[in-house]
Write a protein that binds this ligand. Structure first.
Ligand code: ZN
Length: 77
């Protein structure tokens, strides 16, 4: 079990680096697709999908977007 902890830490670090990369890409494209608010680096997942797949919810207008900054409409696909 002693190998478990470092693997989890690497996983968290990799997820954080991916998140940072996505964030800079989304902001380079203008941030929020509706109000162009830059997305924060630290995201608070508002759904299980966001926690797993990434993405942000705009702090200004509440638009939900995926990790590439595309607006997610309120449907389950
Ligand atoms: Zn917005």
């Amino acid at each position: 079990m002693e190998y478990y902890v470092p693997m989890v830490m690497i996983g968290i670090l990799a997820a954080w680096m991916l998140s940072a990369r996505y964030q800079s890409r989304v902001n380079a494209n203008g941030g929020c697709p509706n109000c162009h608010t830059p997305v924060p680096l630290t995201r608070k997942p508002t759904s299980a999908r966001q926690a797993v797949w990434g993405g942000w919810t705009c702090t200004n207008c509440g638009t939900e977007m995926d990790s590439r900054g595309n607006e997610i409409e309120g449907r389950t696909a």
